[in-house]
Ligand binder design. Structure first.
Ligand code: NDP
Length: 439
């Protein structure tokens, strides 16, 4: 009986075609991502409050995430007219830098209608020009350390910009042709679609809104906030601590690496698969810049001393994580762009029914997500300079583990749907997902 029902459902889905079938499947709330409608309602309330809570905790003397009542900013701490001016000025600067005719222009992966979008690869130029402008401002005596006081109002402004942009993106998606909508973002449920994102690659002319937000204002802004925390510490104690320097250098390396390898973002899930809605806008503009660098604001109020030996061990851990992360991401990116390239042509692969092949040796034969493993080792190295007295500096590594385990499961589901038996064969060949012999 059950199998007859299943066969009927399968036949119905085959008749519908892939787009309709996915829409049909997604109309069932249990199959939607991030907890379906409930998640789409709760997450946009809960995460912005979490950002404000975490900033507040990091700046409080107790720095206790478990304290009751929870540490939240008072009403007068939420607003400073300077914050929206700085934020909008910063976003405006990066719009200009994006439009500068610097660097090469790359093709994205083929879209459902067979076309390819063009993307300017000039994010690293944007980082360098921002660094020069910042040095000039510092030379002129700009009080960058004031960012410490301005963190909460800046975060409030970024949250407001995220909500407003998401409303704009949702409304404009109704003018997009159906082939331009994300497969998972067009369920017909307004709350869920607003959250997950309807349109895959919203553009104003040639200006790609998702690609712009992915690596520029938020990611580079994170580096600037960290520098502001370093300046604040120097103001308070005469010079920045070794812990603060390590946190700044590690995270700046991560930001610079992402921008140096900007082209690789064109093959990631965010660009290829996910619509552009609240989830990504908020993540890019508010979550990343204001929670990924909490260690730095924590260190301003809670100085830590670090021996040279401990510092060397932490640097080695970050270096190992970075090596795994970079090598594995580059290997897959190279393989997807040109499987005949000498650096990947000798690797063992298995064929799939789609015509694409899967790597089963090299980094991708070690675990199924070596890039996540490297990223997590780095995340741990960013927290260790803050010592073991508080939980807060470990927020990022705990959150990131949950995020990547969940992301891995999403990716696995999508790959199984895409590659079927070939994916199962890959999983048998490479049994561990992220951590060898553990998970
Ligand atoms: P990945 O770069 O891991 O890409 C997953 C895709 O790779 C799959 O969908 C599949 O796509 C392809 N793939 C999987 N296995 C193989 C294989 N064996 N051979 C060839 N191709 C394979 O996805 P993410 O976008 O999740 O991650 C990119 C990087 O960004 C990671 O390093 C991650 O750690 C990092 N990241 C960082 C975040 C942060 O907040 N700091 C957040 C999210 C990610 P297909 O076959 O269609 O090409």
């Amino acid at each position: 009986m059950t199998s007859t029902i299943c066969v009927n459902i399968l036949n119905r889905r085959r008749k519908m075609g892939p787009k309709k079938a996915l829409k049909h499947r997604l109309s069932n709330d249990t199959e939607r991502e991030f907890g379906g409608t409930l998640g789409a309602v709760c997450i946009p309330v809960f995460l912005p409050l979490t950002v404000l809570f975490l900033i507040c905790v990091s700046q409080s003397p107790e720095a206790s995430v478990l304290q009751w009542p929870p540490c939240l900013p008072s009403a007068d701490q939420l607003w400073d007219p300077l914050a929206p001016i700085l934020l909008l000025g910063w976003i405006g600067l990066h719009v200009l830098l994006y439009l500068l005719p610097l660097g090469k222009v790359s093709d994205g992966l083929a879209l459902r209608d067979g076309s390819r979008l063009k993307y300017p690869i000039n994010g690293f130029h944007g980082l360098c020009i921002s660094a020069v402008l910042l040095s000039v401002l510092l030379g002129l005596g700009a009080p960058l350390g004031y960012l410490f006081e301005l963190l909460v109002p800046l975060a409030v402004s970024a949250i407001a910009v995220s909500f407003l942009s998401s409303v704009y993106l949702y409304v404009r998606s109704f003018w997009a042709p159906s082939h331009a909508l994300a497969l998972g973002g067009d369920t017909g449920n307004p709350l869920y679609d607003f959250f997950i994102g309807r349109e895959l690659n919203p553009r104003i002319g040639n200006f790609d809104l998702k690609y712009f937000c992915e690596l520029r204002p938020g990611l580079i802004g994170w580096g600037v906030i960290n520098l502001g925390m370093l300046m604040k510490e120097a103001e308070l104690r005469g010079s920045p601590s070794l812990s603060m320097i390590l946190v700044n250098c590690f995270q700046l390396l991560y930001v610079a690496d992402a921008l140096w390898n900007e082209e690789a973002v064109l093959t990631t899930m965010d660009i290829v698969h996910d619509g552009f809605g609240f989830m990504l806008v908020f993540g890019d503009l508010a979550w990343v810049p204001f929670t990924y660098g909490l260690q730095a604001s924590f260190l301003v109020v809670h100085p830590q001393s670090l021996s040279l030996l401990t510092a060397a061990a932490i640097v080695a851990l970050n270096g190992a994580g970075y090596y795994i992360f970079r090598k594995s991401n580059s290997q897959k990116n190279q393989f997807r762009r040109d499987p005949t390239h000498p650096s990947v042509s000798g690797l063992e692969t298995i064929a799939t029914a789609t015509g694409k092949r899967l790597l089963v040796s090299g980094w991708w034969g070690f675990v199924r997500h070596p890039n996540y493993l490297g990223d997590l080792l780095m995340a741990l190295a960013w927290s260790l300079p803050c010592g073991f007295s508080h939980l807060l500096p470990y927020f990022y590594v705990v959150y990131f583990t949950v995020l990547l385990v969940h992301r891995e499961a999403r990716d696995e589901r999508q790959c199984r749907a895409k590659y079927g038996l070939a994916w199962d064969a890959y999983c048998r060949r490479v049994p561990y997902r992220i951590f060898p012999y553990i998970y």
